[in-house]
Design a protein around this ligand. Sequence first.
Ligand SMILES: [Zn+2]
Length: 515
Amino acid sequence: MKKNIQIEFHTNKSYFYFGTLISILTMLPQLIFSPNPTHSLFLSITLVLLIVIPKFSKILFSIFIIFINLSNIVIGHIALHWGYALADIKPRIEVAFLSPVYETKEYLSHYVDYRDYALGVFTFFVLFLLFKFLRHFTHSYKVFRMIGAGVFILILLSVTLFINPLREFEPFSVPCEICTVIEDKEKIDHILKTRAEFIAHLVIPKANAKNQLYDKIIIIMGESVNKNHMAIYGYSSPTTPFMSSLQGSKNFYLFNAIAPTNQTRYSIPIDLTEANVHYYENRYIHSGSLLTHFKANGYDTYWISNQGRAGKNDSTITSMASEANGTFFANLNYLDASLDEVLLEYLEKQPLNSKKEMYLLHLMGSHSDYVNRYNKQTALFNPAKNVVEEYDNTIYYTDYVVSRIFDHFKGKKLLLVYLSDHGENINLENNGHGFLPPYKDEYMVPFVIYTNVKNRRLDELSKDNKKGYFNLENLSSMIRYVSGISNHKNLSYSHDVMAVEPANIVDFEKLEMFN
Ligand SMILES: [Zn+2]
């Protein structure tokens, strides 16, 4: 017996070493990125399994090696760009799957770099070794075959006795995580259907017409604007010449506010409906957006967007757009998105009338890639020397777009609101939003209102804002209140914000600044 083992060991040396080499190379990336000792222990046990498996099954070995190598690419990418130690894999997969296709493309072009390519080449190399191994290496294990199968079953049983690796441990949980995300998508479709039925039967009482001050309500929804890069909020570069020119006038109100989430697809519904950070789904389903409220009060409502026409994945936003009397999407495809000026061309084509109208203008604003979001000829930094200057150019350009929208409606009884869906992390090395855990910068958004009609409710709001910053989860109530179509101010001073998805609620005050 002992002699047999020795003979088997010696005759299969090269088979053993080559198989072990492939196993180690396969586990190496995840061992390097491992977020904690428990996870490292789990990965080490997996490595032992990999070394044992080829003793009794080349097919099973190949399946494991291929699967783990493919998961290396996903996990490695997240670890390199978002920090594996902090990030949970599922929300990241969700961002990739539930964002519209165009966002995914832009995501890939922005967040895939030489490190991912290097990992790709490494993975290819390991799979090539596996191919060589399968073709050119054979073994004559008999005793080891029994021992290997025994050890495999033993480890498998003892591991699954304590944990469910298919649910709890990467890389084996990755397929489950992808499935959950797809299930979530089906859930979203159900939500939209239920909501459409609710809105169809919704009756909103009309407010007293004498309280209604405005003919034109313009809500400009910015994108990824960090207010700390705006001169009106104290930034050192003159990024907001137009809004700065209004500052100090009694018609201009500058508020201190935070965004309720760091993701577009949750922040826009929360901003515009009764949904809030703690009660997202049920309230989103069972409330009309601002557009429905203004429509009920005799306004013609328009949703005008320079973001790509929503695909099936960001239907929460199109669901609200469909409440408007008129919609205009400037782009089918995000990658070809024109500058936000395209919305002005559309607006300026519409004859200006004195009807009661409400416009929701959804800008591309400061969405990455920044360099595609402003006019190079008229840029503040020309040429921009780095990514921060590019970002500042987007803020400067948006200020110009706001000025043009303002000019268009100037003579009318006007309420103009400018805010952003969420903020942005920005420094010379890194940028973006939707981090987990998030940074304060992702919630630090502008919230400004211009009125050319004396409005004591706005003065009141301004006083309220001195008590603490507003959480824009109640934006819809605030706008209805100041425009006179409702008497319920319903402010939110809550510090709770959503991080990436409704299940994660964090205290804004406890977050760190990005820089
Ligand atoms: Zn956004």
